[in-house]
Design a protein around this ligand. Structure first.
Ligand SMILES: Nc1ncnc2c1ncn2[C@@H]1O[C@H](COP(=O)(O)OP(=O)(O)OP(=O)(O)O)[C@@H](O)[C@H]1O
Length: 309
C-alpha cells in the first residue's frame, strides 16, 4: 500500500460569476521513503492539491488515499499524515519545545508516555535537546522550523507534506534541515515537498512532478529529467597551445576554439568527441566536462513548451 495515492482530482472555485478551474485531472503517488518535489509557478494549483490531500478541502471529483485511507471519508487517514505548511507554523509559542512535541503527540492519538519518549527521541535527532525547556518564541527561526518538522513527525506518519522547508533560513540551518529531510525519508516516510527553491528540490528529491494550470505536465525521477535536458555539449581543456593545423582540423569537425577562455567547445555525439580528442594529440587533455542542465532550466523550458500546447 502506497503512503500516498491521488487519482484524477478536479477542483473548481467560484468567484462571483467567474469559475476558476484550479485542478484538472491530477493524479500522483509516492512510495515509502521517497521525496517527491511538487513544483509549479504561482497559481499552478499546488496549494489547492495539498489542501485536498490534507483533507482540508473537498475535491469536486477524484480521490486521495493516505496509506489506503481516504482523508475525506475516514479521519483515521489523518493519523498517518504530518503537515508542515509555510507561514502557519504548527507550534504553540508559549509552550516549550518538549511540551509542543508531547501536546501534539497526544492530540494525534498517541498516549502520553509514548509521546514523551517520542519527544525526547526527536529533540535528540533534530539537535534540539539543549532547547528542550525553552519556549518556542525564544528559538531561532531555523530551530523553529526544525521543531515544526519534528512536531509533524511525532506520531510517526507515513506521509509528510512539507511546504518550503528552508525558506528564509541561513546556509547552515538550511543544510541541517535538508539533511534531516533526507534522513526522515531514509527511515521510510514518504515526503511531498513543495518549494519554489528549485536548487533545494534538485538536491533532495528523488522524483519531480511539475504542475501547470492544474495539470501534471511531467513526472519523472529527478536525475533522469536533468539528464534528459542536459546538452550534448562538451567543454575540453588542454595543456599547452594549439597549432594552426590542429585548430583547422577540430573546427572542421565542428568544434569551437575559445582562445580567451582557453577551452574548446564541441556539441555533438560521443563518436564526434573522440575524433576531436584524437585531433588534439599529442597535447595532454586536462579535462572534458559535459554541459549539465539544472532543475531551474528544465522547469522553465517545460513550462514554456507546455504553454504553447
Ligand atoms: N479560495 C479560492 N477562491 C477562488 N480561487 C482560488 C482560491 N484558492 C485558489 N484559487 C485560484 O486557484 C488557482 C490555483 O491556486 P493555488 O493557490 O492552488 O496555486 P499555487 O500553485 O499554490 O500558487 P502559489 O505558488 O502562488 O502559492 C489560482 O488561479 C488561484 O487564484
Amino acid at each position: 500500500m502506497k503512503p500516498l495515492e491521488v487519482y484524477n482530482l478536479h477542483k473548481q472555485y467560484q468567484q462571483g460569476k467567474q469559475s476558476i478551474q484550479a485542478i484538472s485531472g491530477l493524479s500522483l503517488s509516492i512510495n515509502a521513503g521517497e521525496i517527491l518535489a511538487f513544483l509549479g509557478a504561482n497559481g499552478a494549483g499546488k496549494t489547492t492539491s495539498i489542501k485536498i490531500i490534507a483533507g482540508l478541502i473537498q475535491p469536486d471529483t477524484g480521490w486521495v488515499k493516505i496509506a489506503g485511507c481516504n482523508p475525506h471519508t475516514n479521519p483515521q487517514a489523518l493519523r498517518m499524515l504530518g503537515t508542515v505548511m509555510e507561514g502557519s507554523r504548527n507550534l504553540y509559542w508559549r509552550l516549550t519545545a518538549e511540551e509542543n512535541l508531547e501536546y501534539f503527540g497526544v492530540l494525534k492519538g498517541i498516549n502520553s508516555s509514548k509521546a514523551r519518549k517520542q519527544a525526547l527521541r526527536l529533540l535528540d535527532q533534530f539537535g534540539l535537546m539543549h532547547k528542550r525547556k525553552a519556549p518556542v518564541k525564544t528559538l531561532s527561526r531555523g530551530m523553529q522550523q526544525k521543531l515544526s518538522i519534528a512536531v509533524a513527525l511525532v506520531h510517526k506518519p507515513k506521509l509528510l507534506l512539507l511546504d518550503e522547508p528552508t525558506l528564509g533560513l541561513d546556509m547552515e540551518a538550511s543544510e541541517s534541515v535538508k539533511a534531516l529531510v533526507r534522513q526522515i525519508a531514509s527511515e521510510g516516510c514518504a515526503i511531498l515537498l513543495t518549494t519554489h527553491q528549485l536548487d533545494i528540490a534538485e538536491e533532495i528529491s528523488d522524483r519531480v512532478a511539475i504542475i501547470q494550470k492544474g495539470q501534471i505536465i511531467t513526472e519523472e525521477p529527478t536525475k533522469e529529467i536533468i539528464k534528459r535536458f542536459s546538452g550534448s555539449s562538451y567543454i575540453i581543456k588542454v595543456e599547452g597551445e594549439l597549432d594552426l593545423l590542429q585548430i583547422t582540423k577540430i573546427e572542421t569537425l565542428g568544434a569551437i576554439v575559445e582562445s580567451e577562455q582557453e577551452r574548446i567547445i564541441y556539441t555533438g555525439t560521443k563518436e564526434g568527441l573522440y575524433k576531436v580528442l584524437a585531433a588534439l594529440e599529442p597535447l595532454a587533455i586536462l579535462q572534458v566536462n559535459q554541459d549539465k542542465a539544472n532543475l531551474t532550466q528544465v522547469f522553465l523550458k517545460l513550462l514554456k513548451q507546455h504553454s504553447y500546447v
